[in-house]
Design a protein around this ligand. Structure first.
Ligand SMILES: [Zn+2]
Length: 66
C-alpha cells in the first residue's frame, strides 16, 4: 500500500511539473509575440501601444512627447 501511494505521488508530481512547465512556456511565447521594443525609450510595450513611424517602433508615450 505504501508503495502504491508513493507511486501515485510521483505520477502526480511529474504530471504537475509537466503542466506547470507547459503553462510557463506558453506565457513566454505569448509575451515575446505581443511585446515590441520601442526604438526611442528601449522599453517593451504591448503591440497595440506601438506605432510604426518611418520604419521605427515608437510607443504611445514617446509619440505623444515628440
Ligand atoms: Zn518609447
Amino acid at each position: 500500500m505504501g508503495k502504491l501511494i508513493l507511486f501515485l505521488i510521483i505520477i502526480a508530481s511529474v504530471y504537475f511539473l509537466f503542466f506547470k512547465k507547459k503553462e510557463i512556456k506558453n506565457e513566454n511565447t505569448d509575451e515575446s509575440k505581443d511585446l515590441i521594443l520601442c526604438d526611442k525609450c528601449q522599453t517593451f510595450y504591448p503591440k497595440e501601444e506601438i506605432k510604426k513611424i518611418n520604419g521605427k517602433n515608437i510607443c504611445r508615450e514617446c509619440y505623444d512627447n515628440s
